[in-house]
Write a protein that binds this ligand. Structure first.
Ligand SMILES: [Zn+2]
Length: 442
């Protein structure tokens, strides 16, 4: 018989998607978080929780916290966190309205379906069930529903960690997004194996502004000292540059496990590691980006008239740097951009890495095996960033664990911030069962 949480999780996810919580990156146009947070708080209160609703640094940026006492208060608490905001969606591009929460073809459709109102819904369903049924988890649980993750958490997790550390009192470990999903890989004998990727590490985020300054002048004259030329050269060099292969523990363990299962030569010394990795499909876009630092130019600005050579030209480059690599990365960048271009960091968030071992990892592993005995869990590094970066500042050990069993042919990576974002209905009930097992044994 389906548990109370399993029976209501799909409806909760649909309702969450129907709140348009689009985070534009500009606080003036970001909306919906407060309404959504109030609704989440009401669902928790209806189940018997006392909730704390806090705005994080700007009006409307609302977050909800609730605690459930565990059997052993002496143990550190476990936080289960999810963000309520989503990236914007253009309705004209979608098969269904992105804020409809429609159920069609066995999927719940809408912005946030996998990033990350799926996990928010599963968490909410289980928080409600535990309270209503008087289930006492082995340790204290703290449920956190957060704002502004999609713009880096300045008005969300980072503000809360910096200004309201009391909300995280006693929390030693946390689970959040972008981990626990299945990846089906081919085996040498023609069969398939379902791997579940647990996130144990995140690359650092470093957004860099480049500025070239030179002499202004008339566009018809001889003019060697041109800011646009300097900047364009620097941007092109950076964009084409391949940084050195650096294997962190998480990536090495991932490659080892996948190599073992598939028979593919994923040895770091293999001459065509990236080519072999591409055989795994779209997940290679995430994993491939964790083998090296990356620098992708994203913005350009210069000039105001066709015949005026401007004094300055600017670019923004989205850099993602591996643990321990920042000083070497900066040296490499300086060589590439040359003497006429200056650089400054406009946003810089640290890398994060923990080990794939210990009781909590065992509990995640056992929870997955309880629902999918053929599963194998493997650690991996996320090329992007999550709220875990903020929590780690408090010394909290973080994992990405939002379990979903996915169809083998679903291009999961493409759904993140993508058009027609959707989550299988049976992945939500599966994930809820896994999370219940995990929270009862964490
Ligand atoms: Zn997310």
């Amino acid at each position: 018989m389906a548990s109370q949480a399993e029976s209501e999780v799909v409806d909760l996810v649909c309702r969450l998607i129907q709140f348009d919580t689009s985070n534009t990156g500009d606080p003036a146009t970001t909306k919906g978080e407060r309404e959504c947070a109030e609704w989440v708080a009401a669902q928790l209160q209806e189940a018997g929780y006392e909730t704390t609703l806090v705005e994080s640094g700007a009006p409307g940026r609302a977050n909800v916290f609730a605690r459930l006492a565990g059997a052993d208060p002496a143990r550190g608490a476990l936080m289960i966190h999810g963000h309520l905001d989503v990236v914007p969606a253009e309705p004209a591009d979608w098969s269904v309205h992105p804020f409809s929460g429609a159920i069609e073809e066995g999927y719940v459709w809408g912005r946030g379906a996998i990033d990350m109102k799926d996990m928010v819904g599963m968490t909410l369903a289980l928080a409600r069930q535990f309270k209503k049924e008087g289930i006492v988890p082995p340790r204290d649980l703290v449920f956190a529903f957060l704002a502004d993750e999609e713009a880096g958490g300045k008005y969300g997790s980072h503000w809360l960690v910096d200004n309201r550390p009391d909300l995280f009192d006693g929390v030693t470990e946390a689970v959040g997004e972008v981990g626990g999903f299945s990846l089906t890989v081919p085996r040498p004998d023609g069969s398939e194996r379902r791997l579940y990727l647990l996130e144990t590490a995140e690359k650092g985020i470093a957004w860099m502004k480049l500025t070239a300054k030179a002499r202004a002048g008339h566009g018809s004259f001889l003019h060697e000292d041109n800011a646009v030329t300097y900047l364009a050269e620097a941007v092109a060099k950076l964009g084409r540059h391949q940084f050195p292969l650096v294997l962190t523990e998480s990536v090495e363990q991932f490659l080892g496990a996948v190599g073992e299962e598939t028979g593919l030569d994923l040895d770091p010394a293999s001459p065509d590691l990236e080519g072999t990795l591409a055989k795994l499909g779209s997940i290679a876009r995430i994993i491939g980006a964790t083998l090296r630092d990356t620098a992708n130019p994203t913005m350009l600005r210069a000039g105001y008239k066709a015949n005026v050579i401007p004094q300055t030209a600017e670019a923004v480059v989205d850099c993602r740097v591996l643990p321990g690599r920042l000083p070497a990365f900066e040296r490499e960048v300086d060589e590439l951009i040359g003497p006429h271009v200056e650089r400054e960091w406009v946003t810089k968030l640290d890398t994060y890495e923990t080990t794939f071992d210990g009781d909590l990892v065992d509990a995640m592993n056992e929870a997955l095996l309880s629902q999918d005995p053929e599963a194998r869990t493997v650690p991996y590094m996320l090329s992007g960033g999550t709220d875990a970066k903020a929590l780690a500042k408090l010394g909290i050990r973080c994992f990405g664990f939002a379990p979903l069993r996915l169809p083998p042919d679903l291009d999961f990576a493409a759904l993140f911030h993508g058009v027609d974002e959707r989550v299988p209905v049976d992945a939500l009930t599966f994930g809820t069962r896994v999370l219940e097992h995990f929270l009862r044994n964490c």
